[in-house]
Design a protein around this ligand. Structure first.
Ligand code: ADP
Ligand code: MG
Length: 202
């Protein structure tokens, strides 16, 4: 499966629609281990992205990611805005002038996004953040096993972790067995990728 500009735009459109649809649920997760704004934050960026695409569509593949980065950085706020924004921007940079991505290119691009989150968040896997969804999703994609089922398993596993980064870390032990809102929204990002096309095969 080759990722073209059209497919990438479908990916981000589906992601934005899912975020808007699950807004309440995401905020509910954040109400339990954070401050309850994750759904609202994310839906704001998602809505802005969808609206901007009704006026001007991206011309190049990297622009799809750049547009999303701009909306997340300027419109989302909280911790997640700059983190997702950085991820999308690093993905755009990794794409450069490429007009399409093969399976291996896609993995590298997603890894660049993942590294961007780590660097910007000064965080790593195991701290119960969005990274704990991105890491297993990348691993599944590398094995050609990225499915809705592996994403559910990844989120379930991240639930078991104790938060040591971000707002949820204030809860310490009490964050165990709760859903990290950023991991839940990241699951939507990879579900959107799956729905946009079959990315496990070549
Ligand atoms: P805020 O915590 O500022 O209210 P949000 O509620 O929008 O921001 O986002 C919270 C999510 O951001 C968390 O669930 C977590 O996944 C992610 N997050 C927070 N800090 C970090 C970090 N340093 N590195 C990676 N992800 C983080
Ligand atoms: Mg919050």
């Amino acid at each position: 499966m080759i990722i073209t500009k059209e497919l990438a735009q479908k990916w981000f459109t589906l992601f934005a629609e899912k975020v808007i649809q699950d807004k309440e649920q995401l905020s509910e997760y954040d109400r339990i281990i954070g401050d309850g704004d994750h759904g609202m934050n994310m839906a704001r960026g998602a809505q802005q992205l969808l609206s901007s695409w009704q006026e001007t569509s991206p011309v190049l593949l990297a622009e799809v990611f750049k547009h999303a980065a701009m909306k997340w950085i300027s419109g989302v706020g909280g911790a997640s805005g700059p983190l997702y924004g950085t991820a999308f921007l690093e993905m755009a940079k990794a794409i450069g002038t490429k007009e399409e991505l093969k399976h291996d290119d896609l993995i590298n691009v997603i890894k660049a996004g993942f590294d961007g989150i780590k660097k910007r968040g000064k965080s790593d896997v195991g701290q119960k953040t969005m990274l704990d969804l991105w890491a297993p999703a990348i691993e599944s994609l590398e094995k050609g096993e990225l499915t809705t089922a592996t994403l559910i398993i990844a989120l379930t596993k991240s639930n078991e972790l104790k938060a040591t980064k971000g707002r949820a870390s204030f809860l310490g032990e009490r964050s165990i067995n709760e859903v990290d809102p950023g991991a839940a929204s990241s699951k939507l990002f990879f579900e959107a990728l799956l729905e946009a096309g079959d990315f496990n095969g070549d």
